[in-house]
Write a protein that binds this ligand. Structure first.
Ligand SMILES: [Zn+2]
Ligand SMILES: [Zn+2]
Length: 327
């Protein structure tokens, strides 16, 4: 399913793939998650986007062929393809363990073709080994929503009262992790989203309400998964002195001006950019240990536009996943 031009529906197409390059694997895809970032790709809100592009960066599949230099995976192994597709390995960021900030980095479903497809090529050095047993649709949301959500979660430090703004795919996974860690989750949704608030309570949130409301007690930290800049001052007003507001999305509407007193008191705002391979391995181990189970809505590959539309309108519960025809 390819995006041919900005803000147009994806189009089914047959694309011939070359043989895997030395470090690449050919992957037969089982499932691919649908991420908020895919909407930013469709809407052409990210720099350096070239068309056509196949979106999708929460890919679960099996290795079908491998390049000459690939030793890590065998044919038949189950692998995950996350957002980070390539880094240079030699810049200051890469050498400091900050490959998520590498200026030469490439990204799955953004600067190289992704997983809204039956097959894809991926650099094996950036693929993650996955367990064989779980249904593919339950692993896919871990690969971005879970993984980058977890990077944001760790940036929140040891806050006990954790606010989560935007209760979608990432939030519903991170709320489960937070609960395991003994934190108290305060979930903020769009105004009137009673179903989203109920879903958050079912997952253990101690409070759920619209983002226009102040929480009943101050937050230690807030994670922003909704791409709405106006939530930054709202979240700053909700965190206690010393608290942190972490923006987890790749794109956000402009942050409106706000009085300095909201930042005063050593509050801080930071963003989370991409992931490192170490993040991927740490989170997948944690997800297995906690037996994290995403709530998924399944769509056929050909229904990608339907899934994106429902994500855009906030109509999903949990994560949307495309399942590919097998066999
Ligand atoms: Zn680099
Ligand atoms: Zn994503």
């Amino acid at each position: 399913m390819r995006l041919l031009a900005p803000r147009t529906p994806l189009v089914a197409a047959e694309v011939a793939l070359p043989a895997p390059a030395p470090h690449e694997v050919l992957i037969r895809i089982e499932a691919c998650g649908v991420c908020r970032t895919d909407l930013h790709v469709v809407d052409n809100e990210l720099p350096d986007l070239h068309f056509p592009i196949i979106p999708g960066h929460e890919v679960v599949g099996r290795v079908a062929a491998r390049g000459a230099e690939v030793a890590r995976f065998e044919v038949g192994d189950r692998v995950g393809v996350p957002w980070l597709a390539f880094t240079c390995g030699i810049c200051d960021y890469c050498r400091r363990g900050e490959e998520n900030l590498c200026p030469q980095a490439r990204f799955t479903g953004y600067t190289r073709d992704g997983g809204y497809a039956q097959e894809m090529l991926a650099d094996a050095r950036y693929c993650l080994p996955l367990p064989r047993e779980p249904p593919a649709a339950e692993l896919a949301p871990l690969l971005c929503a879970g993984l980058i959500g977890y990077r944001a979660y760790r940036k929140a430090g040891d806050a006990v009262n954790l606010g989560i703004y935007g209760f979608g795919a990432a939030a519903h996974l991170i709320a489960q992790v937070a609960r395991h860690d003994g934190r108290r989750v305060f979930a903020f949704t769009r105004e009137g989203d009673e179903a989203g608030q109920r879903f958050a309570r079912e997952l253990g949130a101690v409070w759920a309400g619209p983002s226009t409301l102040a929480p009943p007690e101050p937050l230690g930290a807030a994670l922003l998964f909704a791409p709405v800049g106006a939530l930054v001052p709202a979240a700053l007003a909700a965190v206690r002195p010393g608290g942190r507001v972490v923006c987890a999305g790749i794109h956000m509407s402009d942050v409106p001006a706000f009085p300095y007193r909201l930042l005063w008191g050593e509050r801080s705002v930071s963003s989370v950019a991409n992931l490192t391979r170490a993040d991927g391995e740490a989170f997948l181990a944690e997800a297995a240990r906690l037996r994290l189970k995403p709530t998924v809505e399944r769509f056929a590959l050909g229904e990608a536009n339907l899934a994106l539309g429902r994500l855009r309108r906030g109509e999903l519960t949990g994560a949307a996943v495309l399942e590919m025809p097998q066999g």
